[in-house]
Design a binder for this molecule. Structure first.
Ligand SMILES: [Ca+2]
Ligand SMILES: [Ca+2]
Length: 452
C-alpha cells in the first residue's frame, strides 16, 4: 500500500496506517526535505519490551530546567545519548545552565580526542575549568564533573564553552547530555574486558572499526578495548556487582537482535536492540532501586530478532554500576601524594576511560597516596591489567589491611574497579594510605575513592 497525503501549511493531522506483516514506512516531505519513519509491528506472543528505567536523579538536557544560550546544536546521532539526545557547541561564550535544588550535582557529558575545555560556575562563581580531552575516542555517558558541599537550597550551575582546548585535542567541542541532581551515588564504568565479566564461549571481540567505549588506545601489541558480541542463542554474560543500579551500554542497529536480561533471580526482561540507524554506546537496559548488596546481572542472547532486523547481534560494550556514596577524585585536595612532585607519582593521566577523566599512577616502590575522609566505609577505585598490575599495601589509620595485587593478563583490563573496600569503620575521620610495594615496573593506579 502506498498513499500520499497533503497537509495545509499550518495545523496538524492524524494519520492512521493499517500495517500488514512486519510493518511499514511512513514518509513526509516538507520544503523539499523528506523524512521517513519505519514502524515495526511486533508479533503477538513475541517480544515484550523491557520496562524503561531511568535514574530518578537524572535531568536531561532537554528539560525545562536547562537553558542554553548561544550557538548549540544537537550532538552526533551516531551515539546513544542519555535520554536519546544531547547538545554540543564549539562557540566561545555559549552557555548551558541548570537551576536545581540540592547540595550536589553531576554533569553528564562526553570526553574524547576532539573535546575542548569548559568553564564551570555555580551561582555566578567560577569553580573549575574542565579539560574534556581524553586519549580514547569519544566516550559518552561520561560523568564529567561533580560538585559537592553546596549550601542547601536552590542553585544555578553554568557551563561555559571557552573555545579553548587541550594541546593534544583536535577540537574544542563541549557536550551537555544530562545532569544528576543530588545523586548520592557513584558511577563506575566497567569495560567488557573487566575481569568480573564472564562471557560464555560463543562471544567474539567486536571490530575496532566502530565507536565503542574505550576505543582507539592500547599498549601495543595488545588491541584496543572494543566490545563483545554474539548472535548465537543461549550465549550469556554473567556479572557480579555490588550496587543499587546498573546500566548496560550496548548497541542498537539494523542488524541487532533480541536479548534477555535478568538480575539475580528476578523476572526476565526482553530487550529488542533493533534500530534502523546504527547507534553506539546507548543504554539499552537499566535497573535502579536495587538493595545495596551483591547482585548478579545475566544477559542472554536469544538468537531471535525483530522482523525488520537483518541479524541477531547482541553487543556488550560496557556496564555502568551505581553505588551509594560520594566519590573523591584522585586530584582532590583530600589526597596527598608522596613528594617531591613528579618523583613518585604521575598526575593527570588521560590515557584511558578513567573516572572523571584522569588518574594518578606510580611504579616507584615506597610511593604513598594518603586519603583523608570522614565516614564508616571506604573503597579504592583503581585498575587491574597487565600494564597497571602493580602491588600496593593498604593501611587505614596506620594499621595494615591488605596487600592488593592488581595484575591481570591481557585481554583482561579492569577499569574503575573497586580494588579494595573496607566497611564497618568507627564513625568519624580516617586515613587510608596506599603504598606501592612492587618492583616489577608495573603501575599502581589511583583513580578515585568512594566514601559512605
Ligand atoms: Ca540527554
Ligand atoms: Ca579519576
Amino acid at each position: 500500500m502506498s498513499r500520499a497525503f497533503t497537509l495545509t501549511s499550518t495545523g496538524s493531522a492524524t494519520v492512521s496506517l493499517t500495517l500488514s506483516r512486519g510493518g511499514g514506512t511512513f514518509a513526509y516531505t516538507l520544503a523539499g526535505v523528506t523524512q521517513t519513519k519505519t514502524i515495526t509491528r511486533q508479533p503477538f506472543g513475541g517480544v515484550t519490551m523491557a520496562p524503561t528505567q531511568t535514574d530518578p536523579k537524572r535531568v536531561e538536557e532537554n528539560s525545562s530546567a536547562v537553558v542554553f544560550s548561544g550557538n548549540w546544536r544537537r550532538a552526533d546521532a551516531s551515539f546513544g545519548w542519555s535520554g536519546g539526545s544531547a547538545m554540543e557547541s564549539n562557540t566561545a561564550g555559549a552557555t548551558a545552565s541548570i537551576t536545581f535544588n540540592g547540595t550536589s550535582i553531576r554533569w553528564i557529558g562526553s570526553r574524547g580526542r576532539d573535546r575542548g575545555i569548559a568553564s564551570v560556575s555555580v551561582d555566578g562563581v567560577a569553580v573549575k575549568d574542565v579539560d574534556l580531552f581524553g586519549h580514547p575516542a569519544e566516550e559518552i555517558h561520561a560523568p564529567v564533573y561533580t560538585l559537592h558541599d553546596l549550601s542547601p537550597g536552590q542553585h544555578t550551575l553554568t557551563i561555559t564553552v571557552t573555545g579553548q582546548q587541550d594541546t593534544q585535542s583536535s577540537s574544542n567541542t563541549v557536550v551537555v547530555d544530562a545532569f544528576d541532581v543530588a545523586p548520592d551515588t557513584t558511577i563506575s564504568h566497567w569495560q567488557d574486558t573487566n575481569p568480573d565479566m564472564k562471557f560464555s564461549a560463543g562471544w567474539v571481540k567486536s571490530s575496532q572499526a566502530f565507536l565503542w567505549s574505550g576505543a582507539g588506545v592500547s599498549n601495543l601489541p595488545e588491541l584496543p578495548v572494543t566490545a563483545q558480541e554474539t548472535q548465537a542463542a543461549g550465549e550469556t554474560l554473567t556479572l557480579p556487582f555490588r550496587g543499587t543500579g546498573m546500566s548496560w551500554i550496548g548497541y542498537r542497529g539494523p542488524d541487532a537482535g533480541i536479548a534477555q536480561v535478568r538480575i539475580d533471580g528476578g523476572a526476565t526482561s526482553e530487550v529488542d536492540l533493533y534500530s534502523p540507524i546504527a547507534t553506539f554506546q546507548p543504554i539499552v537496559f537499566s535497573a535502579f532501586g536495587l538493595a545495596d548488596t551483591n547482585h548478579t546481572l545475566t544477559i542472554t542472547a536469544t538468537g531471535r530478532k525483530n522482523a525488520a532486523s537483518t541479524g541477531a547481534r547482541v553487543v556488550v560494550d560496557a556496564v555502568d554500576i551505581y553505588t551509594p556514596g560520594r566519590r573523591y577524585e584522585e586530584y582532590e585536595k583530600s589526597i596527598a601524594y608522596a613528594t617531591p612532585p613528579g618523583t613518585f607519582w604521575t598526575l593527570d593521566n588521560q590515557a584511558r576511560v578513567w573516572s572523571e577523566g584522569t588518574t594518578a599512577t606510580s611504579n616507584v616502590p615506597g610511593a604513598t597516596a594518603t586519603f583523608r575522609f570522614t565516614g564508616t566505609s571506604v573503597s579504592w577505585i583503581g585498575c587491574e591489567k597487565g600494564s597497571a598490575g602493580g602491588v600496593a599495601d593498604v593501611s587505614i589509620d596506620g594499621v595494615f589491611q591488605q596487600t592488593v595485587n592488581l595484575n591481570q593478563t591481557y585481554p583482561v583490563e579492569g577499569y574503575q574497579m573497586t580494588v579494595f573496600r573496607k566497611d564497618g569503620l568507627v564513625p568519624g575521620p580516617h586515613t587510608l594510605q596506599i603504598k606501592v610495594v612492587n618492583t616489577s615496573g608495573s603501575y599502581v593506579v589511583v583513580d578515585a575513592f568512594d566514601v559512605r
